[in-house]
Write a protein that binds this ligand. Structure first.
Ligand code: FAD
Ligand code: PYC
Length: 417
């Protein structure tokens, strides 16, 4: 019979344990979510909704650093239209308009879409030529748009001053009758409620502070102010802050962030029947269902992340509004605010894959992404769910800034930037 000292016994036990430990591998931790959407604005919430509703992805989360709809979605002037010049743009913006038309029914939530017509005024010969070109191009794409004389513009929008001796005389206008407005926060809430009902987790006060990548470079999760979360797929939809988040994954974006402002007057009885935009003077106006005149300005000339812009920008806008609508000069301003928009060199969005496996981006809507919300969410959901672009967003690649296949919509983007 062998005798073992206590020391030998302990040493053998330790060796056996080490051998076992060498063979045993801890299983890879399971992803907490199949996909994460960064940004709880209208686009991010719509993306999550369509991922769950159309692609059956229920184990997903939307991470929002503040509160849902507190970014540009809740700060914009809600103008909806699809009168863009190029085929690619007409396709995506009109896809959105068609979804707007049935959105309240689809979500069973009144987003107050009101197709009251968007009239874009021409104030000089260049405007006239450019807008007429848009009218013809839109019609070829099956998008409604028509040219109005100054008298027809006044008949459509009676408060308009068409006197020829004003500083910005009206030479005519392009009218898209299917254009209009919707209630912006209802859009965020409607999509959030729909996504939540399908099992999507919406996590507010949860800022993404890092993107984690595995040894093969693919994403494996995010770092957040509430701790790390594992996921193999991330969709970044964080208007104004996209560059900051994409830099966390080592991707440099062709974007600049600018403040853009808007304001509302005190509420008055219904006086303004449509949406009117004057791109040359950077002013646009409609009336909300609460009665406030909703007025927007151009972007600041300098990049910034501050959610307020220069006072001189709004002053210039109000000068233009009072000249076009002298009767509004006695109205009082109720409040003004700003948002941060991210702008691409060709004023068209970027929607699709990135050089990092598992990382997708939807950004660059600049001053005009509210109108796109349902269409953008719909095609981005497809892109993230299938890992490949929907045919409608296929042209809007990040790669176009390398290949030069730009989609220059500076004129249709309308707002000065
Ligand atoms: P947002 O609503 O801004 O959502 C992005 C979200 O990402 C934000 O809630 C933000 O908090 C969150 N986020 C950012 N960083 C992080 C992070 N690290 N972690 C987690 N979350 C993060 N467009 C039109 O079509 N018509 C208009 O009339 C119009 N008027 C406008 C007027 C103004 C004054 C402004 C500012 C914009 C206007 N726009 C308009 C543009 C439009 O508002 C935007 O293009 C659109 O709302 C963008 O939607 P979004 O969901 O991508 O962005
Ligand atoms: O894209 O139509 C637009 C818009 C109007 C005001 C700001 N953006």
């Amino acid at each position: 019979m062998r005798h073992f000292s206590l020391r030998t016994l302990l040493t053998e036990a330790a060796n056996a344990h080490q051998g076992w430990a060498r063979q045993w591998r801890a299983p890879e931790p399971k992803p907490a979510y199949d996909a994460i959407i960064v940004g709880g604005g209208g686009h991010g919430l719509a993306t999550a909704y369509y991922m769950a509703q159309e692609h059956g992805m229920r184990n997903i989360a939307v991470l929002e650093k503040g509160w849902i709809g507190g970014g540009n979605t809740g700060r914009n002037t809600t103008i909806i239209r699809s009168n863009y010049l190029y085929d690619e743009s007409a396709a995506i913006y009109d896809h959105a308009v068609k979804l707007w038309e049935g959105l309240s029914q689809a979500l069973n939530y009144n987003v107050m879409y009101s197709a009251r017509g968007v009239l874009m005024l021409a104030h000089n010969q260049h405007d006239v030529q450019s807008f007429k070109r848009h009218v013809y191009a839109n019609r070829l794409n099956g998008v409604d748009n028509e040219w109005l004389t100054p008298e027809q513009a006044k008949a459509f929008c009676p408060p308009l001053n068409i006197s020829p001796d004003i500083r910005y005389p009206v030479l005519g206008g392009a009218l898209q009758r299917r254009g209009g407005v919707a209630r912006h926060d209802a859009v965020a809430w409607g999509y959030a409620r729909g996504a939540d009902a399908l099992g999507v987790d919406i996590i507010q006060n949860c800022e993404v502070t890092g993107i984690v990548r595995g040894s093969d470079g693919a994403v494996t999760g995010v770092e957040t102010t509430k701790g790390p979360i594992r996921t193999p797929r991330i969709g970044v939809v964080a208007a104004g802050h996209t560059s900051v988040i994409m830099a966390m994954a080592g991707v440099r974006m062709p974007l600049e962030s600018f403040p853009l402002q808007a304001l509302v007057s005190e509420p008055v009885k219904p006086v303004f029947p449509c949406v009117l935009m004057s791109n040359a003077v950077h002013a646009y106006i409609s009336q909300s269902d609460k009665g406030e005149l909703v007025i927007g300005a151009g972007t600041d000339q300098y990049v910034s992340y501050s959610q307020q812009g220069g006072l001189h920008i709004t002053t210039h806008t109000l000068d233009a509004i009072c000249e076009l609508f002298p009767q509004f000069s006695r109205l009082r301003l109720l409040r003004n605010w700003g948002g941060i928009v991210d702008v691409t060199p060709d004023r068209s969005p970027i929607i699709g894959r990135t050089p990092v496996p598992g990382l997708f981006v939807n950004c660059g809507w600049g001053t005009g992404g509210f109108k796109a919300t349902p269409g953008s969410g719909h095609v981005f959901a497809w892109t993230v769910a299938k890992g490949e672009p929907h045919p409608i967003n296929a042209p809007f690649t990040l790669d176009r800034f390398r290949t030069g296949r730009l989609i220059d919509e500076a004129a249709a983007a309308a707002v000065a930037h």
